[in-house]
Design a protein around this ligand. Sequence first.
Ligand code: ZN
Length: 95
Amino acid sequence: MVDKLLTCNLCKGQMHLYRGPRYNRKVGGFLIASGAFTTLFWVGSILGVPLFLLGLYMTGAKRQLWVCRDCNTAIERIELKPKQKVIMEKNEQPQ
Ligand SMILES: [Zn+2]
C-alpha cells in the first residue's frame, strides 16, 4: 500500500487514510449469536458452525478507504498486480 497522501479530485483537499469495518458489525454479531445458538442442538451444528465462522469473518474484516474531510468523498484503493499498478499511476498524472 502506498503511503503517499492523495489529493481529492473534487475540492483538491488532502485525503486521509481511514480504516474501518468492511461489514456491518450488527450483522456479524447476529450471525455469531445465531450460529452459537443453533450449535447447541445436535442437528443445528451442521448449520451453526459455518454461520459462526462467517460471523467471525464479517466482524473481523477491515477495509482501507481514503476520505476527504472537506467534502466527505471516500475512495477505496485495491491491490493490483505490480505491472498494472505502474500503468495506473502513469495514467493518473495531471496534464
Ligand atoms: Zn474533497
